[in-house]
Design a protein around this ligand. Structure first.
Ligand code: UT7
Length: 330
């Protein structure tokens, strides 16, 4: 029987300090009502001084524990983040060191809000090929240190939170990941992006002028992103289910990226998915980009919503544009 890959451990971590929308009213020209009505977010966690690999470490240790595995049994680390510890090397190397292991490959990927789905696809292919057996896949972000927390940044800064989610995948002969479908369209790269630092900015990757212009802060064409997110996530969910040999009705639980509660409600409406089958965490954590899906998975396990044997469909959409969906037997 052919090899499959299966998630055998899940863990998550958010920094202890949370900020309500009312707290943000004190910093930015915003209101609790605006944030809840437009996005569904009620609070988010922001670090005091931790960095991305610190959050990732906590989530990874929990995932390893749940998998009943020690770090030295891992064959590879895949780390999805757009808020790395440093410009280089990748945060996967820092995480590897903090886990107390060495030698195994440690790969950083970006892929923004679709990072976890892209990472899942990579892990699945490595496992199915027989090259690696046990892979740690992490999505982690410290957004709070890169947000403009003045009224100028309110359109973006109220949406994002810090957090990490991790899964351990292993080779199995049971059914695990059925299919992961990935897409990207670089024609929209500048509709949701952070321009600086970067080699396309002129003579310097970063300069006082670049900072004065605020090019190191994320920029987003919110309405366009919203429309594409609903369309693309709906399409790719149906497609990946079809390629997995399932229908929407077969799915026990949907785990979507958490960018906006209205996006997820709209996808559910378009596809006629009962609301109770969509598990959302954005109310509590905001948008944690690459971490949203594994963080949601862990919360769903902890609250008894996600149980072994369930058919789970995941979908995400984000900067790039990138989008993807995956269908797994949990
Ligand atoms: O994870 C990556 C993918 N990201 C997404 O999928 C995000 C997709 N887009 C969205 O979720 C929504 O477009 C947003 C939540 C970002 C914004 O909602 P919107 O309904 O598209 O609002 P808007 O940007 O059109 O802003 C409407 C108004 C503007 O005021 P005027 O021009 O109508 O007077 C903004 O200045 O709301 C104002 N506004 C705010 N007001 C209070 C913008 N940000 C804020 C704020 N608080 N934080």
């Amino acid at each position: 029987m052919a090899l499959s890959s299966k998630i055998i451990g899940v863990g998550s971590y958010v920094p202890p300090k949370s900020y309500t929308n009312f707290d943000l009213e004190e910093m930015m020209d915003t209101s609790h009502d605006w944030i809840v009505q437009r996005s569904g977010i009620e609070k988010r966690h922001w670090v005091e001084d931790e960095c991305t690999s610190d959050l990732a470490l906590q989530a990874s240790l929990k995932a390893l524990k749940a998998a009943d595995m020690s770090a030295d049994q891992l064959d590879m680390i895949i780390f999805a983040t757009i808020s790395p510890d440093h410009e280089f090397p990748g945060t996967a190397c820092f995480l590897q060191q903090k886990l107390g292991i060495s030698k195994i490959p440690a790969i950083d990927i970006r892929q923004q809000c679709t990072g976890f789905i892209y990472g899942l696809s990579m892990a699945d292919v490595y496992i199915k090929s027989g090259q690696y057996k046990n892979i740690l896949l992490v999505g982690a972000e410290v957004h709070s240190k890169g947000l403009d927390k003045t009224p100028n940044g309110r359109a973006i800064s109220v949406l994002f939170g810090d957090g990490a989610g991790a899964v351990v995948l292993t080779a199995t002969k049971d059914s695990g990941i059925f299919h992961t479908e990935l897409r990207a369209d670089g024609n929209f790269a500048k509709e949701l992006w952070t321009p600086a630092p970067g080699s396309a900015l002129g003579k310097e990757r970063i300069s006082k002028e670049i900072l004065d212009k605020g090019l190191h802060y994320a920029q987003m064409n919110g309405k366009l992103v919203f429309v594409h997110a609903v369309k693309r996530m709906s399409e790719i969910l149906v497609e990946s289910l079809k390629k997995s040999g399932f229908s929407l009705d077969d799915v026990d639980l949907f785990l979507f990226h958490q960018a906006n509660l209205r996006i997820n409600n709209k996808v559910a409406e378009v596809l006629n998915i009962p609301e109770e089958k969509v598990f959302n965490t954005i109310q509590e954590f905001g948008n944690t980009t690459a971490a949203t899906i594994p963080l949601g998975m862990d919360q769903a396990i902890k609250t008894g919503v996600l149980k072994p044997g369930m058919l789970v469909a995941m979908a995400a959409f984000g900067g790039g544009f990138t989008w993807g969906a995956s269908v797994i037997r949990f």
